[in-house]
Ligand binder design. Structure first.
Ligand code: MN
Length: 424
């Protein structure tokens, strides 16, 4: 990135911060002083309170006037207003925070109303999610799981290279980072058992994923084309799609996952916009066989987003990295996923969440689940305290961090975390 594209804010941003002025992710938060959830953007160690900024007349955009759009308890209304509007607002926020703009910089009262330390806020669910779909778009992940569940010969199902496979997930249990995960109970059946048994899942796993939110939706009966898809994608979050592998194995034929994945899906609190991710756009890997025309992508819809998976066990003070992956390992891109999802005329609504599916790279250290990292528990991971882990145990905390880095610019997602509590 050339120097003249870089911006500087009057708010100090540390070099390793996820939130320089080029990021400006959207989130919902409240404070002890004002417990109404409202919209803000992260800048350095601060939250810029967009609701306070709006009330103080800092925005010039006429579409905003009088609507108090940033005072809602979700981003949905703002998200529904379309790309052109989002770009205008992003530019206004960038200008307000610019080092050369005295408007907020030199107004002590305004600053105290609009800028709050992130350590003094509580983050909330950013979006009211109507529907949640989970794709299965990493070829390495699908191949690994296929080998384990069906053997090497039938690893990839015949449809996999022709369409982005997905299932309809459960929106009600999409939860915010930091929310504890209660170990689910369910039916499982060991290979050598005659009949199934019931109890707490013993093969509890994480799934390293990312998800995108629908901004403006589409009408029923009017598919979104690959070419127009990016106009409907508001931004992205980190996703951990917790999975109970033993429940999954017994229930998934023939309709796919159900209870194995409906108890919790965690997301990170800050929604990073596609505008912020633009410098990290990549060419897709070529697809062979070529997809059908309705799925043909521009070939430049991939993103270089580094993803670290960390595990913190109760006996350890700090978390340790168990995988380093990247969003660029996806085979099907977000535009293809959206085009495929709507090709029947299915309508997307503002706030719908579409997740990537587990992201695994080609090598073992880049896998996005314990199922793969420990190869079904056959190759446990050795932790620094000498202990071994196959699947998640009570008290374990799983943390996913995501960030892009290039030419001194870092755009981060923060993290999504969750701790396992015993079954009730
Ligand atoms: Mn998943």
């Amino acid at each position: 990135m050339s120097e003249n594209l870089k911006r500087k804010s009057f708010i100090e941003v540390k070099i390793d911060s996820d939130f320089p002025v080029e990021n400006l992710p959207y989130g919902i938060f409240y404070t002890n002083e004002n417990n109404s959830p409202r919209a803000g953007t992260a800048i350095g160690d601060y939250v810029f309170d967009l609701s306070a900024a709006e009330k103080n007349g800092l925005f010039k955009n006429k579409e905003l006037s009088g609507k108090e759009i940033f005072s809602s308890k979700s981003l949905n209304r703002f998200m529904s207003m379309g790309k052109k509007f989002h770009k205008e607002i992003r530019k206004e926020i960038t200008d307000i925070l610019d080092e050369n703009n005295s408007l907020l910089r030199d107004n002590k009262k305004l600053r105290s109303e609009c800028l709050i330390l992130q350590s003094d806020v509580t983050m909330c669910m950013p979006v009211e999610i109507g529907d949640y779909t989970d794709f299965y778009s990493s070829k390495d992940h699908a191949t690994n799981v296929g080998i384990m569940f069906r053997g090497k010969e039938n690893a990839l199902m015949p449809n996999w290279l022709h369409l982005p496979v997905a299932y309809h997930g459960r929106a009600s249990s999409v939860i915010l980072s930091g929310t504890d995960i209660i170990r689910p109970k369910g039916q499982t059946k060991a290979d050598d058992a005659e009949s199934p048994s019931f109890g707490p899942s013993r093969l509890l796993d994480f799934e390293l994923e990312m998800g995108f939110f629908i901004g403006a939706g589409n009408n029923l009966g009017e598919p979104i084309s690959v070419k127009d898809a990016s106009d409907h994608i508001f931004g992205m979050v980190l996703v951990n799609d917790w999975s109970a592998r033993d429940i999954q194995k017994w229930e998934y034929v023939p309709l796919g996952p159900f209870l194995a994945k409906n108890f919790a899906t965690s997301i990170s609190p800050w929604v990073v916009t596609m505008e912020a991710l633009e410098p990290f756009r990549l060419k897709n890997e070529p697809q062979d066989p070529a997809p059908l025309p309705y799925l043909k992508s521009s070939g430049e819809n991939s993103y270089d987003i580094k993803l670290d998976v960390l595990l913190k066990i109760p006996s350890s003070e700090s978390a340790e990295i168990i995988s380093r992956s990247n969003f660029k390992f996806m085979y099907w891109d977000m535009c293809q996923q959206l085009a495929h999802h709507t090709i029947t005329g299915c309508n997307m609504r503002t706030g719908d969440l579409l997740a990537s599916g587990t992201i695994s790279g080609p090598e073992k250290g880049t896998y996005g689940s314990l199922l793969e990292l420990t190869w079904r528990g056959e190759e446990p991971i050795k932790l620094s305290d000498g202990s071994e882990i196959k699947f998640l145990r009570d008290g374990d905390e799983l943390i996913i961090r995501g960030y892009c880095e290039k030419d001194g610019l870092r755009i981060g997602f923060g993290e999504v975390s969750g701790k396992i509590l015993p079954a009730t």
